[in-house]
Ligand binder design. Sequence first.
Ligand code: SPV
Ligand code: MG
Length: 289
Amino acid sequence: MASRLREKLAEDQLLHVMAAHSPLSAKLVEEAGFDGVWASGFELAALYGLPDLSFVSMTQHLDMVRAMSGSTHLPIVADIDTGYGNAINVTHVIAEYERAGAAAVVIEDKTFPKVSSLATTGRQQELLRIEEFQGKIAAALASRRDPNFVVIARTEALIAGLGEAEAVKRAAAYESAGADMILIHSKQKTPDEVESFVRAWSGAAPIVIVPTAYPEMNEMRISAFGKIRMVIYGNHAIRATVAAMKDVFARIRRDGGILTVDKDIVSVEEIFRLQGMDRVKITEKRFLR
Ligand code: SPV
Ligand code: MG
């Protein structure tokens, strides 16, 4: 799977990566024609009804990635937050995610426990010392078994309010530590901050963005910057899920039954299809005597 991601990256196209929080949603990402699945920490935390504050453990996230890799052929880009510890922990984490079937990881330069990047808790986002994070990147590179496994270094300098110069400095330091790609994150409501960073970026490492906060940065606008090679739609699976459930639940309560919503939701047969019931029928014929 890592080699497929590398091949796609070599094609010089923008890769479209959609968030998922379950094997089922990963399958839907594939059917919709995306290039990869974002195993989002935010989505999984939300699925458990928890804030994205390092409450969800590595094991929980890893189990989900492992299950996803059984349900999709797409490369999985795993969100490993801060790497669940220091550089030594990262050596273990990378081995585990590679074994679980991930093609790439995104590791961010915040301290543990992390605070959700888009949150407005008033808490200061703390970043690691540059040298320490370089050590985590080096540990990740040294621990991957497949050299095609992609290590994406994410700087939260803009999220922490430290400005573009600090973001560029960190990105350059992470590239020199060997990061394959740089993820620049921003929670500004317009693309200006990210676009300015991309213009200032003179490194060779391609850029990844997550335009949740600045949705007007569509793919046409992103593609104008050749340096941005991956766009991650960070939380649209869980948000779509919540919107759909709220609507259907409210209508069932209002109507006192399920008759009117029935035509607006997928059929049981469609769920059977997604579950692979067709294969069950074949194996029944073959083996049940
Ligand atoms: C996630 O989806 O978990 C991310 C992206 O890391 S964000 O929530 O915007 O930080
Ligand atoms: Mg995350």
